[in-house]
Design a binder for this molecule. Sequence first.
Ligand code: DUC
Ligand code: ZN
Ligand code: ZN
Length: 479
Amino acid sequence: MPEYDIAIRGGLVATSFGAARCDIGIKDGRIAAIAERIGDAAQVIEADGLFVLPGGVDTHCHIEQPEANGTVHEDSFVTASASAFAGGTTSAVCFIPQFKGGGILERFADYKARGAKGMLDHAFHQIIADPTDAVINEEVPKVVAEGVRSLKVFLTYEPLHLNDAEFIKVLLAARRHGCLVTVHCENYDAIGWRTRALLEAGMTAPKYHAWSRPRVVEREATHRAIALAELVDQPIQVFHVSCEEAAEEIARAQARGLKVWGETCPQYVTLTAAHMDRPGFEGAKFMCSPAPRDTAEHARIWEMIRRGTLDVVSSDHCGFSYEGTQGKAQNGRDAVFRDIPNGIPGLAARLPIVFSEGVSKGRIGLEDFVKLTATNPARIMGLYPRKGVIQPGSDADIVLWDAAKKVTITNALMQHAIDYTPYEGLEVTGWPAMTIRRGEVVMRDGKVQAEPGSGRYLPRGPYDLVKPRGITPDGFVAP
Ligand code: DUC
Ligand code: ZN
Ligand code: ZN
């Protein structure tokens, strides 16, 4: 009887604390051994010449998410799982919606059932768009008991945004129940004013999306979110930081010892506002919020990554096709920028872009790549060490990585249900050769093979990282 179910032999195994050429033994879906040479296995995978990395953990994915207008993001948990595996990602954290006037519990069962149909291991953030007393006092404790440990708030977007009083309510609830708060930081009123002014001036094309929300609105909201979190003594993660100005706010908070983390996304090191200035409706393909900036800003984001201010790169994967009635053109191809849904797909492209732009181009090291795409997201979301690391006892989520492979990104390679990728034509060096989820080969040479329904829900329990510091500006701790 062989000792292991699978042996991965001879690859360069990388974790966030170093890399070494060794074997990995997998038993019952978990990593059982890491050694220079391990014993017999039922299946041997030769990894000579490949990197052996923890499967990607993408903690910001909008998958099959129902919207207030009755549409549902086009990638189902099945198609998004295929896309994730194609790109070397094995787990994701997705969003349970809440709509104004409605509760959250009523959404939990529906969304959990959707997640159960996919192949990707998954956890949930709970969006809070309407923090009524009933939601905060009665429903939040119930979703926490179901394993949700992060509350997501939007400081902009109709009809999701919270005002400061509502945001404080959510911060307090998170503090009481041991949750992280993740925040979309842009100033709602400033964007509203800008948008109205642009539309009145006839500036309606997709490129004016960027004009409606310049860097300063992101910086202001980031500053405010941090200040209010400091007041309440509640840890937060600032989502999708697009510019140095906002990252500097996070750096200052971190220097003061606050529990504030910053996430960025591949779009903020590859796309620019100029992409939204393509002819006709084409610019809609690149519309996301915050808006992509310019190439000088890409360099600044890399610097903030190198300094550790931004320590997670997620995709912010959003399933809107270019054509059709559910996607970018849902309000017509002549819709003004305000009426075009925000968000771009990126689940499969995330690892290749971060590896290529980061490691292959010498901006970061291999261990940094592992931290940014797997270990740090798992830690910050309370999934570590089950996910995000190759070590005995962890789930055997592994990607074999061909660091030398050159690929031109096409939509077909993304394997999602979306009809385009904003990264079409981007050349990358480094590509996943095989993805293993809990000891099962789910992608080999681009071919995804996994049983729908085999993805596991990852309920999250209490974890130290989100404990308040016990320090408020004047010592007053609100109940
Ligand atoms: N921005 C978000 O905040 N969410 C979804 C997509 C986007 O672009
Ligand atoms: Zn957001
Ligand atoms: Zn998002």
